[in-house]
Design a protein around this ligand. Structure first.
Ligand code: THU
Length: 150
């Protein structure tokens, strides 16, 4: 994808472009017989590697896994749990943001996370996990709770 992404959130434009390309490519592998709504996601690790995921739907709809969680699971499985950026490609305009469950999963691994949302035709917008899920519950709450009991 040759969009003129910005140098923003500490990530170079060329890196944003690589992330968007990776998300666009993996979106082609989405298993979406029910919604016909393919999604591709790509995360950048702190070692500057990219891991990707697509959504995987099953007939028992609640068992469906979103693209973002597939990408995070792929990275975790390969030993990477610190993330610098995420790109998500969907076929709607303006490009969709991650669902609530994915936001909470992202919060498990990131204090904040810059996110690039992209439509294959080139429309895009930037956001952050902080903007999408403010005042969130996280593992830090457990730590604070155990400290207050001691
Ligand atoms: N989906 C994602 O992959 N990511 C999101 O953040 C939103 C929704 C998928 C799940 C389902 O396969 C399809 O999009 C329609 O909800």
């Amino acid at each position: 994808m040759s969009e003129p992404f910005d140098d923003t959130h500490g990530i170079e434009a060329a890196t944003w472009s690589q992330l968007a390309d990776a998300a666009l490519k993996v979106r082609q592998r989405a298993h979406v017989p029910y919604s016909e709504f393919p999604v591709g996601a790509a995360v950048l690790t702190d070692s500057h590697e990219i891991f990707t995921g697509c959504n995987v739907e099953v007939a028992s709809i609640g068992a469906t896994v979103c693209a973002e969680r597939t990408a995070i699971g792929c990275a975790i499985s390969e030993g990477h749990s610190k993330f610098l950026a995420l790109s998500v490609v969907t076929g709607v305009e303006p490009p969709s943001a991650p669902c609530g469950i994915c936001r909470q999963v992202l919060a498990e691994f990131c204090e904040d996370l810059p996110i690039l949302l992209v439509h294959p035709a080139g429309t895009y917008r930037f956001t952050t996990l902080d903007a999408l899920l403010p005042m969130r519950f996280s593992g830090l709450d457990f730590l604070d709770d155990s400290q207050s009991k001691s």
